[in-house]
Design a protein around this ligand. Structure first.
Ligand SMILES: Cc1ncc(COP(=O)(O)O)c(C=O)c1O
Length: 328
């Protein structure tokens, strides 16, 4: 780390975890859940002709980057004294919320599509969350969760809309800046856009603080058949279940993020996802298929020349493969 970066965050922040950035978050910091997201390592490898920077987000306490948004959300709920909430999720956000809420004494209702991964679901139930199975897809789980929250007078905290979630995911940008400065490109799996938008927010805040001068090009990587930013394909990528979100509520913001950063969208098929997953596994990155899509996208963009030789490319590896108890 270069000295000048250390000075930016300075001696005010002694923590070597997410609490390091507490002064940049909309919470007091007096009430925080015991699990705290990690500052995740960045591993640099030469992939094809570029400098690939893999950020190991799957090392978070619940095994995904979702912990960042959950941490800020639960801290806010604790400050507000809210002890019962509703959300919808395909798995990781629910698991994260269940884990952070348990020690905070917050009761969690989770609406999941009945096809959600059984391994994740049994763990979520073991963590004491109330699981509501919904027939239909991920969008239907969202509609049912909103209805339930309204009917029962409970707080709806889904990461799809909750602003505190993006405050947490923006910290990926802060960390990356301290670790490797500004990348040229950032490739992120994109369903509802919480990581894409968090990164955009984080890098923009760094510009505003005068720390950096330019934003990286943001690349939204989506699953074929479920695209919202790229053109919708007919064949469905069912392996990348975390990004099977065809109608994300923040679509307009996601489009603006791409436009403002000269970004683009890349769609990845099921077989491409599998190939990338194998490659990552073979070099020791045990992630879930949803996370592997960024590598497929990198291969494509290097091949077409859209990412030039020598570029510095950030690839957050968002979710752990240790949850793949059903096999893939
Ligand atoms: C492992 C993993 N990566 C990426 C994403 C995409 O996040 P978002 O839907 O916020 O774009 C998800 C969403 O659940 C996920 O589980």
């Amino acid at each position: 780390m270069e000295r000048e970066h250390y000075d930016f965050f300075g001696s005010l922040m002694p923590y070597l975890d997410t609490r390091r950035y507490i002064q940049f978050l909309p919470v007091s910091g007096n009430l925080l859940p015991p699990p705290v997201p990690a500052i995740t390592p960045v591993v640099e490898l030469e992939v094809e002709t570029v400098r690939a920077l893999f950020k190991l987000e799957y090392l978070q306490p619940s095994g995904s980057f979702k912990d960042r948004g959950t941490f800020v959300t639960v801290a806010k709920l604790m400050e507000e004294g809210i002890n019962e909430v509703v959300l919808d999720s395909s798995g990781n956000a629910a698991l994260s919320m269940a884990l952070y809420s348990l020690p905070a004494g917050i009761r969690v209702h989770i609406f999941v599509p009945s096809r959600a991964m059984p391994g994740k679901l049994s763990l979520i139930q073991r963590l004491g969350a109330v699981v509501h199975f919904t027939e239909g897809d991920r969008m239907e789980a969202h509609r049912r969760a909103v209805e339930f929250a309204e009917r029962e007078g409970l707080t709806y905290v889904s990461h799809w809309l909750n602003p505190y979630f993006l405050e947490g995911t923006k910290l990926v940008a802060f960390e990356v800046y301290e670790q490797v400065e500004v990348p040229d490109y950032v490739l992120t799996p994109t369903g509802s856009g919480t990581l894409l938008l968090g990164l955009w927010k984080g890098f923009k805040e760094l510009v505003k603080m005068g720390e950096i001068e330019r934003l990286p090009v943001l690349v939204a990587v989506q699953a074929s058949g479920y695209e919202s930013l790229c053109e919708r394909s007919s064949s469905k990528n069912r392996l990348a279940d975390g990004i099977a979100i065809p109608e994300p509520p923040r679509l307009e913001e996601m489009k603006t993020a791409l436009k403002e950063t000269n970004g683009l969208c890349v769609s990845v098929t099921e077989s491409e996802t599998m190939e990338a997953w194998e490659w990552l596994k073979d070099i020791g990155f045990l992630v879930e298929p949803t996370s592997a899509v960024v590598l497929s996208a990198l291969w494509k963009l290097v091949e077409t020349g859209e990412i030039p030789d020598g570029s510095k490319v950030l690839l957050p590896l968002t979710g752990s493969g240790l949850k793949l108890t059903e096999g893939i």
